[in-house]
Write a protein that binds this ligand. Structure first.
Ligand code: G4P
Length: 291
């Protein structure tokens, strides 16, 4: 990561907020049976915090591969199979449009069955299953909670319910969702993880040399998605990344005083259009090697 950080900048993750969020998450997790973890479909592993497995041991687990509208569908399906193989329930969703959100009801029921069965063995009956949503910042937690609550409540005719202390959204007679999500920070010590997080905009752009980083995005797109850059920007896909960036600037007429090409603007445009899906449905992270 240090190669694209500006000057001697460090990534400021506000350690105070992180510690507080972590402590809240540890408290909240004690109250729930099912953890719904959101990951970003474009970087399904890099957008996880591996500590979650320790924090959520003994809980039923559902991974939602969110923002699936922005990712390569074929690879998203491979990731779903990967997570399932690891013992998680996994579903792909687009929380923004609501696509896939309804279908998780059945999976939630299935995941909760285990809990209900455990309760039954302990002699506990008719206790609603409680769930919470967790994930790294910007992964879509609030969007998902709103979307899920709206859909589930419309279906069951229930209104969000309030109990003392914590606020729970009553999704059905058997399921309640904590209305505040748990926040975990990604682990970006690995330069590749940091880079992927920067590509999708999860690291403050102001501390990153976006023009440098754009050359890496161009390289990735050229190699993994040949043709998309040509289709979007009408440029020749070649080994000279700066040359490609220059062509983007020229084709879009991004000029500075004296008619010099504005490469910074071309880089930001590339990121904006990549992040909003205009370049296409692109996944940045492949499944880890079997070996
Ligand atoms: P958080 O609570 O985990 O921090 O994330 P939040 O819900 O605030 O979502 C972060 C951004 O991701 C929002 O965009 C939201 O609209 C977008 N988002 C969430 N889920 C999806 C999805 O499945 N697909 C797509 N394409 N986007 C999604 P924003 O730019 O911050 O806001 P807005 O422009 O949408 O209003």
């Amino acid at each position: 990561m240090s190669d694209v950080l500006k000057g001697n900048q460090t990534i400021n993750w506000y350690p105070g907020h992180m510690t507080k969020a972590r402590r809240m998450m540890e408290e909240d997790i004690k109250l729930i049976d099912l953890l719904i973890e959101l990951v970003d479909a474009r970087i399904p592993l890099s957008s996880r915090n591996p500590d979650i497995d320790k924090l959520a041991r003994n809980k039923s687990r559902l991974i939602l591969v969110n923002k699936c509208d922005l990712a390569d569908e074929k690879i998203t399906k491979e990731w779903l199979a990967y997570f399932k193989q690891q013992g998680f329930y996994a579903v792909m969703v687009n929380s923004k449009s609501g696509e896939g959100v309804k279908t998780i009801n059945n999976v939630v029921k299935e995941a909760c069955k285990e809990k209900i069965e455990r309760d039954r063995k302990k002699g506990i009956k008719n206790r609603p299953v409680r769930a919470m949503v967790a994930g790294i910042p910007n992964v879509g937690k609030s969007t998902f909670i709103n979307s899920y609550a709206k859909r589930a409540c419309t279906k069951t005719g229930n209104k969000p319910g309030v109990t003392k202390g914590k606020q729970w959204i009553k999704l059905s007679n058997t399921l309640e969702l904590l209305d505040t999500p748990g926040i975990l920070w990604p682990k970006f010590e690995d330069a590749n993880v940091g880079r992927r997080l920067a590509f999708i905009g999860s690291i403050n752009d102001n501390i990153i040399n976006m023009t440098e980083l754009s050359l890496e995005l161009l390289q990735f797109l050229k190699k993994e998605y040949p043709g998309v850059l040509n289709a979007r920007y009408g440029i020749e896909e070649k080994d000279d990344m700066v040359g490609m960036l220059r062509e983007i600037a020229a084709n879009r007429k991004f000029l500075m005083k004296g008619n010099e090409l504005n490469l910074d603007k071309a880089a930001m445009t590339l990121f904006d259009e990549f992040r909003s899906g205009k370049i296409g449905r692109i996944t940045l992270e492949r499944l880890p090697d079997e070996s």
